[in-house]
Ligand binder design. Structure first.
Ligand code: GLU
Length: 473
């Protein structure tokens, strides 16, 4: 992966610059704008865990950007590169993201500075439980105040440990399992959370292709079918996005960029086969479904219709932005385009669907999980069979009295009441469509904003400002 030059702003400053651009078009007091922009607090904890006969000290962060709504929400990242600047930038993005898609949370983010591959499962569990204890002492994990979730380097396994540790510490709290989201389904998680961010990116792309004016701006036609796509990062988000848009919408994934190399195939890469290959532990170079090359910083500039950065922040920067050859960028990762690169790309006419909208699927389904946890009931449990009985009567009546004859497959599909996964996907689709339309409407009402990112910031900041103004701040 190419490194940006020293002239580039740090992540936090880059997010703030984009924020300021939107704020400059707003008629809101600069003091209130400042209150919205600043990060409320960042907690840094250093704790020791005895492992392999020695004490190891770990550094953890939990940053709370905005508490205008509580609980505050955001993932916890495990990476050796975690630092205060990154966690604060990511927490800020959570605030704007949740405001934009109307998920009633404030913004937060956490991180633990370690490389998960340096520790075995048992050791990671001990470290995670200890971190949870430290967070819990300061209410930085709490069902009604601060609800972590997975992010890079963490997943269902870590969330299960965190939930269990919290539950032990707070066993009289009836809502204790709502202290984190992204848990395994058998421990109070929700169907569709693992795929949620990638599924949301797919729904966002489908929505983009419903808007003729946006397609025209990007220089694209038709729908996702046959579009060439470059994906950077085949982690949870990149994998699900690439899999869904290739298997269900006919997009052609021509380049996959990973840490240890690049796979290219003009006919389209079989994403499931590539993922299975990667999971098997075989080197990327041994994958037979495409051409392999060693890590190639220029791969992100491969010509394509759609570029999907789905890994780290800052991968498109002022030094490579000029060479990007795509029509549309959809930011599946948080902050993949720096503020300076954003300007270069805008000037080049590249259409960008911004992170705070594009990857909001994860936190949206986290919201559904949290509601399920505090409701203590699975979605659809009360109505599913009732819905099924009504549908059956309708089909029967149409066949008997309307002389219609439906195929067995259609009848089965139509009659069956919605499962939790169906409801989650429907709710997510609705959220992604509404989010896109909200940005479009903001742009229509304020054409001076010019691009989707500025409009998304504008919309999010306006909603948060309204919140503060209504309570008299
Ligand atoms: N880490 C994800 C994000 O960046 C999900 C956060 C959540 O579900 O709370 O949006």
């Amino acid at each position: 992966m190419s490194k940006s030059s020293a002239n580039e702003l740090n992540f936090r400053a880059s997010v703030d610059l984009m924020f300021n651009r939107a704020a400059s078009f707003m008629d809101i007091s600069p003091k209130l704008i400042e209150k919205i922009r600043v990060c409320n607090a960042t907690y840094i904890v250093r704790f020791g865990v005895k492992l392999r006969g020695d004490i190891h000290t770990f550094t953890g962060y939990r940053s709370v950007h905005s508490e205008h709504l509580e609980p505050v929400k955001g993932g916890i990242r495990y990476s050796p590169h975690v630092n205060q600047d990154e966690v604060e930038a990511l927490a800020a993005l959570m605030t704007y993201k949740t405001a934009l898609v109307h998920v009633p949370f404030g913004g937060s983010k956490g991180g633990l500075c370690l490389s998960p591959k340096d520790w075995n499962e048992e050791e990671l569990e001990r470290i995670t439980r200890r971190f949870t204890f430290e967070l819990s002492r300061r209410d930085l994990i709490h069902p009604s105040l601060n609800v972590p979730a997975p992010d890079m380097g963490t997943g269902e396994r870590e969330m299960a440990w965190m939930m269990d540790e919290y539950r032990r510490l707070h066993n009289t709290d009836i809502n204790n399992i709502a202290c984190v989201t992204g848990k395994p389904v058998h421990l109070g998680g929700i169907y569709g959370r693992v795929e949620a961010t990638g599924r949301g990116v797919q729904y966002a792309l489908r929505e983009f292709f419903r808007h003729e004016d946006d397609k025209k701006k990007a220089g694209l036609k038709g729908d996702l079918d046959g579009k060439t796509v470059v994906v950077q990062g085949l982690g949870n988000v990149g994998y699900h996005t690439a899999k869904f848009i290739s298997e269900e919408d006919g997009a052609k994934i021509i380049t996959v960029i990973e840490r240890d190399g690049v796979v290219r195939n003009k006919k389209g890469i079989d994403i499931e086969a590539l993922k299975q290959h990667m999971l098997s532990g075989e080197p990327l170079s041994a994958f037979s479904g495409g051409e392999f090359s060693e890590s190639d910083p220029a791969a992100i500039c491969d010509p394509c219709d759609i570029l999907i950065p789905a890994a780290l922040e800052g991968v498109i920067h002022m030094d490579n932005a000029h060479s990007i050859k795509t029509k549309l960028i959809i930011e599946a990762a948080n902050g993949p385009v720096t503020a300076k690169a954003d300007k270069i790309l805008r000037d080049k006419g590249v259409f960008i669907i911004p992170d705070m909208y594009a990857n909001a699927g994860g936190v949206t389904v986290s919201y559904f999980e949290w509601v399920k946890n505090i409701g203590h009931i699975r979605f659809g449990r009360l109505q599913r069979r009732n819905e099924e009985a009504k549908n059956r009567s309708l089909i029967q009546a149409l066949e008997e009295q309307g002389n219609l004859n439906f195929t067995k497959n259609f009848k089965e599909d139509f009659i069956e009441g919605a499962l939790e996964i169906d409801l989650v996907r429907a709710g997510l689709d609705d959220t992604m469509r509404a989010g896109y339309k909200a940005i479009k409407l903001t742009l229509e009402e304020n054409p001076q904003l010019e691009d989707m990112r500025t409009a998304a910031f504008y919309k999010a900041i306006s909603d948060i400002a309204l919140h503060y103004q209504s309570i008299g701040l």
